[in-house]
Design a protein around this ligand. Structure first.
Ligand code: SAH
Ligand code: SF4
Ligand code: F3S
Length: 483
C-alpha cells in the first residue's frame, strides 16, 4: 500500500525473514518463481478467481488477497474455471454457509477436469472448528484453508502448499497483530473502503462475528490517515471507514481517540470529497459524533444504524444495550443535526421468544423512523452463541409471516421517503456506465441513493450536479444540471 517492496530486490536464496511484512514479500517472490515456471511450461500465466461472501469487511479483505495474487503474477479470471480459486466465506447466517458447500461440489467437478487446479477457502466460516473438520473429512480436494486473522499470509500458505503438495490448514484463534503495507487490488478507482478497526467485543447474543473475527482492535489514526492520503493521491474521492462498531473506535489505543476526532482528521485530507462509515452501534453513538456530522461538509448524509428489534425486551435478550426509546431519541437528535439525513437499518425477525407484541414494537419503530431502507433478516441459529440455546425458538411459519409483513411495510415507506430530493439538484458521484440504458451513467447521491442520467464514460469517477426529475421509488432518473 504505502511502501510496497520491489519483489526483484528480494534474494529468494536466503532464508525467509521473520518480520512482517518482509516475510510475505519474500514468499510473494518465491511464488512468483512458481508462476514463471508455470508460464514456461504452459505458454500462459496462471489465472485466479476470488469469490467474496458476506459484508464490506470481507470485500476489503478480498481486495488485499487479490493484491497479493496480482503481485505474485496471477491473471484475474471471471469465473471458477481458473487455476486458483479462492472463496472468502461468511458465516453470519446459515444460508451463507450452505451457499459455500453448494459451490464446493461444483469446484470438485472442475478440479477433476483440471487436476492442477488449486482451491483455497478463507474467511469467517473457517474460524469455526466444525466447519474445518467437515471440509477435511468430506472435501479433501481443498488445498488451502485459512481464517480471518491471517489473510496477509496468503503467499506463505500458497508456497507451503506448492512445496508440500498436501492440504495446508492455518487457523488462528485470535490475534493482536495488524500487518500494514501489503499490496491491495482496489475494485473501484474512485472509491475505497478503509479498515479503521477489526473484530468486535459486543457479543450480541445472536451473533457469531465476535467469535470468528476476534477481539476489537483499532488501527492507529496516523496509519489510517496515511492510507487515506495515499488513496486521495491515487484519485480516490470517496472513502468508507470500516469496522463492526466504528463508534467505539480508538478506545483501546495507547493514546485513545474518539471516532468523531478521527473523522475530523479524515475530513482534512485534501482530495477526499465524501466520507462514509459502517457500522454504527446505537449504544456507542456519541453526541460529539452527531455534532461532527452536522458540521461536516464531507460526511455523507447517510447513517446505517442497525436497530435489530423494536422491542426493549428483545433488545435486552439480544444484549444490544439500548431501549426502543433510546433508539428513537437518538434518531431525533441525529435528525436535528442533519435534517435531511437518510437512515437505514438492519432488523432481525424471529429472535427466540419474540411474541406478536414484540414484533409490533418493531413495526412501530419502522413507522416512526421512516427508514430509507432496511435489511431484514430471518433469525438464524448460530452454534456457540447464547441465543442458540435459548428456549422458545419461534416457529418457521410464524417467522415467515412476520418477515413478509415487515418487508412489505419497509418497502412502502422507503419508496415514499427516498423521494425526498425530487425536483432538486444534487451532487452525484458517477460510478459506471448504465447497465440497462445506452447513453446513460449510474451514480450515487451522498445519501447513497442511485441516480441514472444521460452521460458517457468520461464522467465515471467524477462528481456531477444532477437535476432529479423523476423518482422511481428506490432510485431517480435525472439530467446533468448546468450543462
Ligand atoms: N456489526 C454490525 C452487524 C454485522 S452483521 C452491527 O452491529 O450492526 C450484519 C447484520 O446481520 C446484523 O446487523 C444483523 O441484523 C444480522 N445478523 C447477525 N447475526 C444474525 C443471525 N444470527 N441471524 C439473523 N441475522 C443476523
Ligand atoms: Fe455482531 Fe453485535 Fe458485533 Fe454487530 S455489534 S458484529 S451484531 S456482535
Ligand atoms: Fe459474514 Fe464475517 Fe462479515 S461472518 S457478515 S463476512 S464479518
Amino acid at each position: 500500500m504505502h511502501n510496497e517492496i520491489d519483489l526483484d530486490k528480494i534474494d529468494i536464496n536466503l532464508e525467509s525473514p521473520t518480520e512482517e511484512p518482509f516475510r510475505q514479500y519474500y514468499f510473494m517472490a518465491r511464488c512468483r518463481e512458481w508462476v514463471r515456471e508455470f508460464e514456461r511450461k504452459n505458454g500462459r500465466r496462471p489465472t485466479a478467481f476470488t469469490q467474496t461472501f458476506g459484508c464490506q469487511m470481507n470485500a476489503k479483505d478480498s481486495e488485499k488477497l487479490q493484491g497479493i495474487l496480482e503481485r505474485i503474477g496471477f491473471v484475474e479470471a471471471d469465473d471458477e474455471k481458473a487455476d486458483f480459486v479462492l472463496y472468502n466465506t461468511c458465516t453470519v447466517r446459515e444460508n451463507a454457509n450452505q451457499r459455500v458447500y453448494g459451490r464446493l461440489g461444483f469446484l470438485n467437478t472442475l478440479k477433476r477436469k483440471n487436476p492442477n487446479m488449486l482451491i483455497a477457502l478463507c474467511g469467517c466460516m473457517m474460524q469455526e472448528p466444525d466447519v474445518v473438520d467437515k471440509i477435511k473429512k468430506s472435501y479433501g480436494f481443498v488445498d488451502i484453508i485459512f481464517g480471518t486473522h491471517n489473510i496477509f499470509k496468503l503467499a506463505e500458505l500458497l508456497f507451503g502448499r506448492l512445496e508440500k503438495k498436501k492440504m495446508v490448514v492455518d487457523i488462528w484463534k485470535d490475534t493482536r497483530q495488524i500487518v500494514e503495507e501489503l499490496p491491495a487490488e482496489r475494485k473501484f478507482s474512485f472509491k475505497s473502503g478503509v479498515n479503521i478497526m477489526f473484530g468486535c467485543d459486543n457479543f450480541c447474543s445472536y451473533c457469531i462475528v465476535p467469535y470468528v473475527r476476534g477481539r476489537e482492535r483499532s488501527r492507529k489514526p496516523e496509519d489510517i490517515i496515511a492510507e487515506v492520503e495515499k488513496l486521495a493521491a491515487d484519485g480516490v474521492t470517496e472513502v468508507m471507514l470500516l469496522g463492526q462498531n466504528v463508534n467505539s473506535y480508538g478506545k483501546n489505543l495507547e493514546t485513545p481517540i474518539t471516532f468523531a476526532r478521527l473523522l475530523r482528521q479524515v475530513e482534512e485530507v485534501e482530495g477526499i470529497e465524501r466520507i462514509r462509515f459502517m457500522t454504527s452501534h446505537p449504544k456507542d453513538l456519541s453526541q460529539e459524533l452527531i455534532q461532527v456530522m452536522g458540521e461536516s461538509k464531507k460526511i455523507c448524509r447517510h447513517l446505517h444504524l442497525p436497530i435489530q428489534s423494536g422491542s426493549t425486551r428483545i433488545l435486552k435478550a439480544m444484549n444490544r444495550r439500548y431501549t426502543k426509546e433510546q433508539y428513537l431519541d437518538l434518531v431525533d437528535r441525529i435528525r436535528a443535526a442533519v435534517p435531511d439525513i437518510s437512515l437505514t437499518t438492519d432488523i432481525i425477525v424471529g429472535f427466540p421468544g419474540e411474541t406478536e407484541e414484540d414484533f409490533l414494537e418493531t413495526m412501530d419503530v419502522v413507522e416512526k423512523v421512516g427508514f430509507d431502507s432496511a435489511f431484514t433478516f430471518i433469525y438464524s441459529r448460530r452454534t456457540g452463541t447464547p441465543a442458540a440455546s435459548m428456549e422458545d425458538q419461534v416457529r418457521d411459519e410464524v417467522v415467515k409471516d412476520r418477515f413478509d409483513r415487515l418487508l412489505a411495510r419497509v418497502q412502502e415507506i422507503a419508496a415514499r421517503v427516498c423521494a425526498r430530493d425530487l425536483h432538486t439538484t444534487q451532487k452525484v458521484l458517477v460510478e459506471s456506465l448504465d447497465d440497462h440504458l445506452d447513453g446513460y451513467v449510474t451514480g450515487r447521491l451522498d445519501n447513497n441513493i442511485v441516480v441514472h442520467f444521460p452521460g458517457d464514460a468520461s464522467l465515471v469517477g467524477t462528481i456531477v450536479p444532477v437535476y432529479l426529475k423523476e423518482s422511481k421509488g428506490f432510485y431517480y432518473m435525472g439530467t446533468a444540471a448546468g450543462k
